[in-house]
Each structure stands twice: as structure tokens, then as C-alpha cells.
Design a protein around this ligand. Structure first.
Ligand SMILES: O=C(O)C(=O)[C@H](O)CO
Ligand SMILES: [Mg+2]
Length: 258
């Protein structure tokens, strides 16, 4: 049976961020992920993890100024120094929190912009090497344009080609089932083909981005396929609950015995 990590950016929003750790543990999770820890000292988050017997399986590098629409610095012009500083910030949090992987967002840029593509590649190589020196994986995730308009990395083959070209053992794909379905479909074949380069999986129903089992896909068939493919990592529950988070967790009972 797959293991699930609660995404504390989307789930347990009934509570303030630092209180979501206890809520997730009380709801039976042993692992969490979140987008960004940087509003809080790493030590404060570390205390919440250890007090609640949780591990953190993923978070992102700082994305630039989110409130101004920035969604990563890597491909942006004139932001290389800031980008490199953001790698160091993420690594300092990673060392304290013990996370095994980081997601690097690409930024808003045209996919046909050759200079942006070169900046992104260079940033990726730098971040992957820095992560590798710390024993971490570095992940990239294609995002669909409905949720993230203008995002540079918006195609799973584009991601796979970059991972092959950069040829770093710790550079991997973040396979978000929700984005994959919106961008390409062909879910089971896509998982089978991309599993060798996949470092983390996330789930949400499509198109609502809610609890598994509430959308157009057979999410439970997909979870079974992940088992069959030998995926041993956590599946991040990156969904917006339709109701109270705990009341909406009934979908996990459908996994018993699967
Ligand atoms: O949006 C997603 O699916 C993510 O996982 C990113 O980390 C943040 O946008
Ligand atoms: Mg995701």
C-alpha cells in the first residue's frame, strides 16, 4: 500500500502553519511536505517535526517574490546571484530539517526563449550539484498552464530531456499526477516510462485538485500501478480539501487491502 505525505500548504488550512504538523500527525500521517518553510526559522519547524514524529519529504527552493507573481528565479534574467543565494538558503533549511529532496521552480519565461532556457539549464546544473554535495536530490516539476500561466517548464518530455542532458544522478522528476493529466493524460504509460527518473509523486483529483477519488481519474488504480512499478517513496497529497481536511480523509479507507 502506498505511503502518503500530507501537503501542509494545501491541507489542514483550518490551522496556522506551525499547528498543521500536529494536525497531520493526529490524522495518521508520518510524513509531510510543503512549498516553502522560509517564513519560519528552520528550528521552529524542526521542533514541530520531532514533537510529532514526522519526517519532511519535500519542499521548494525560495521562489522569488511570490506576491509579485514570481514562480522561481532559475530562468529569470539578472537574478543569478539571488538564485545562488536561494540555493544556499534552501540547503541550510534542508540540513536542519533532514529533507532528502528539494524542488527547484523554473520561473515565468517563454519556452521558446533561448536565453531563458540557457539560464535555466545552468541554474539546474548548479543546484543539482550543490544538492548532491549535501546528499540530496534536486527535482523539477512540469506545471500546467491553467494553474501556472507562463511557467517555463510545462511539458513532461521537456523535463525528461533536461534530466537526460544534464546527466546528474540526483536530478529527478517530480511527477504530479494532477499536472500530468491536464498536460498530457496517458497516465499509466507515462508513469511506466518516467518512473526510472522520478524522485517524487504528488496526487490530487482532476480537474478540481481535491481529494483522490473525486475526479475524472481512477486514482486508486493509479496508486496500485505505483506499487506495481515499485515506487517506494511517499505520495504527496497536494490537494485542496473539499471540506474539513480530516473529514475528507475517508478516501484512505478505500486503500485498505489494495
Ligand atoms: O504546484 C505544484 O504542483 C507544486 O508542486 C509546486 O511545488 C508549487 O507550485
Ligand atoms: Mg505538485
Amino acid at each position: 500500500m502506498p505511503r502518503f505525505a500530507a501537503n501542509l500548504t494545501m491541507m489542514f488550512n483550518e490551522h496556522a502553519f506551525l499547528d498543521r504538523f500536529e494536525a497531520a500527525a493526529n490524522a495518521g500521517f508520518d510524513a509531510v511536505e510543503f512549498l516553502f518553510p522560509y517564513d519560519f526559522p528552520a528550528e521552529a519547524i524542526g521542533e514541530k517535526l520531532s514533537a510529532n514524529g514526522l519526517s519532511v519529504v519535500l519542499f521548494n527552493l525560495p521562489p522569488g517574490d511570490w506576491s509579485k507573481g514570481e514562480r522561481g528565479l532559475a530562468a529569470l534574467e539578472g537574478r543569478q546571484a539571488e538564485f545562488r543565494a536561494s540555493v544556499e538558503t534552501a540547503l541550510s533549511y534542508a540540513r536542519i530539517l533532514g529533507v532528502p529532496r528539494l524542488h527547484m521552480m523554473a520561473g515565468i519565461a517563454e519556452r521558446t526563449d533561448v536565453a531563458a532556457a540557457a539560464r535555466y539549464r545552468e541554474a539546474l546544473a548548479h543546484a543539482a550539484d550543490a544538492a548532491g554535495e549535501n546528499g540530496l536530490d534536486l527535482l523539477i516539476e512540469p506545471l500546467n498552464p491553467r494553474d501556472m500561466s507562463g511557467y517555463f517548464l510545462n511539458d513532461f518530455d521537456q523535463a525528461a530531456e533536461l534530466i537526460a542532458a544534464l546527466d546528474r544522478p540526483n536530478l529527478k522528476l517530480q511527477f504530479d499526477i494532477y499536472h500530468r493529466q491536464i498536460l498530457h493524460g496517458d497516465m499509466l504509460k507515462g508513469l511506466e516510462r518516467l518512473m526510472p527518473i522520478t524522485g517524487h509523486i504528488q496526487t490530487a483529483s482532476v480537474p478540481g485538485r481535491n481529494e483522490p477519488g473525486t475526479g475524472e481519474l481512477d486514482d486508486f488504480r493509479i496508486f496500485a500501478a505505483l506499487d506495481e512499478l515499485g515506487y517506494a517513496g511517499h505520495i504527496g497529497c497536494e490537494y485542496r480539501p473539499l471540506c474539513d481536511t480530516v473529514a475528507g480523509l475517508g478516501w484512505r479507507e478505500r486503500l485498505q487491502g489494495s
